[in-house]
Ligand binder design. Structure first.
Ligand code: AMP
Length: 120
């Protein structure tokens, strides 16, 4: 009989655990980064911290060092993707009103082309 899954487990938990495939572009002690399956820009990569949190809001009481490691990870991934010079946009959809669909905190890195003014 199949063991019941954790109902709180998201698709990103499964990617982090190696249970489902993803186009991984970077992994280190703190973050995992993989290509978004529905890219919204020429380069669209998701970065997740290796600590379980539902959203950015859920990080507010975590140790600053952990939050900093996540943010530094985002910048390192952007650099690895060759986006440092041209720049890039980072989006953290937080909660339903923001359109968050996967409830494991993740940063979208968008770039590789001019993105236009935010919200335009
Ligand atoms: P958000 O709306 O901020 O929660 O973003 C979730 C993102 O995850 C969307 O841009 C999806 O296209 C992306 N996504 C969902 N499933 C996968 C997957 N298996 N591999 C890569 N990206 C995914």
């Amino acid at each position: 009989m199949q063991a019941p899954g954790n109902p709180d487990e998201t698709i990103f938990d499964k990617i982090l655990a190696g249970q489902i495939p993803a186009a991984i572009v970077h992994e280190d002690d703190h973050v995992l980064a993989f290509k978004d399956i529905q890219p919204q820009a020429k380069v669209h990569v998701l970065v997740i911290p290796k600590l379980r949190a539902t959203s950015l809001h859920d990080l507010k009481d975590r140790p600053v060092a952990q939050i900093g490691a996540f943010m530094a990870g985002v910048a390192r991934v952007a650099e690895k993707l060759g986006l440092a010079q041209g720049g890039y946009r980072v989006v953290l959809n937080t909660g339903p009103d923001a359109g968050q669909t996967v409830f494991y905190v993740h940063a979208h890195i968008l770039g590789g082309e001019p993105l236009g003014r935010f919200g335009a």
